[in-house]
Design a protein around this ligand. Sequence first.
Ligand code: TTP
Ligand code: MG
Length: 347
Amino acid sequence: MDLDAFYAAVEEREHPECKGKPVVVGADPKGGKGRGVVSTCNYEARQFGIRSGMPISKAWRLNKNAVFLPVNLELYEKVSSNIMRVLRSYGDKFEQVSIDEAFLDLSKTARDFEEARKLAEAIKADILEKEKLTCSIGMGPNKLVAKIASDHQKPNGLTVVIEKDVESFLAPLPVHKLQGIGVKTNAKLNEMGVRTMGELASYDVARLREEFGVSGISFHQMAQGVDRSELVEERLPKSFSREHTFEEDTSDKRLILTKIDDLLERVVRDCKENGFNFKTLTLKIRYQDFETHTRSRTIPRLAAMPDQLKQVAYELAEPFLGSHKKIRLIGIRVSTLIVQDKQKTLI
Ligand code: TTP
Ligand code: MG
């Protein structure tokens, strides 16, 4: 799955008055004197030849009347994480590749490609409904084919390539669509008379090896649609935590409990915003002499109410509050995270 004109599409959604106009997201064009680059642009702007990575001054020359907007990464990251959460809930293994692109393994979720196609349609509809954005999905027997298929009918595409059609699907496509074939390799292959993947697939592998070393063998395999790589699942967070060091060491019970409320609220928010629930709450206390203690408690019910959570945190703090030593730092951590959509436990 790859979102269409991602940053520009989010901006169009936020500024409906731009709908239908060319929209360029990137550096300030400063009347043609700007020095940064284009991050991306919508499909209307692409008709003027504007592209990602191009100097913003050139984009300005190509269309002075386009809507030029600055990059609001924080917003795109939030939208991205919402969408990735939706996507992840539809399949088994999940690998996020970039802010707007991810692989999903449906081989255990769907019985065949027809069922998988239905799931892909449901994913597209769900993303459109929840985030008002379109994406392009490619499906195939492996990652290589899926990735190329996702790019095949952009924007708002859905391309399904079943096993027996892999070679005929790839054959007419230019070799530079393969990952690892950049400008130089592409030029070299073209010199050798190889422009399409079909030509590459039927080229003498020994000659490819002579020219490109072991990469030559891998190009030959890729051109045939061979890819045995597994999805690399993201490293999910194991916990969320926040700490506070007091300006001055303190024994003031009211001050300490207020700070616990504050930390707890922030940690729970971090956790929820990232799409997790949690089962374990840990409190950390450091005294003025740096002696440090932690106490944990398993929360009996997942959907514990804020007041109950507070109560648990107070109970964890209780034994430390009567000490003759002052407190320097307190911390709150939540762990044993559960993905909210799937209720899958992570240690
Ligand atoms: P892409 O998926 O490559 O591009 P896109 O989503 O804008 O358009 P398409 O419909 O062709 O998929 O990149 C995703 C986002 O990453 C893009 O919206 C902006 C950002 N990006 C940059 O900031 N600089 C770049 O050079 C590229 C290629 C992308
Ligand atoms: Mg994209």
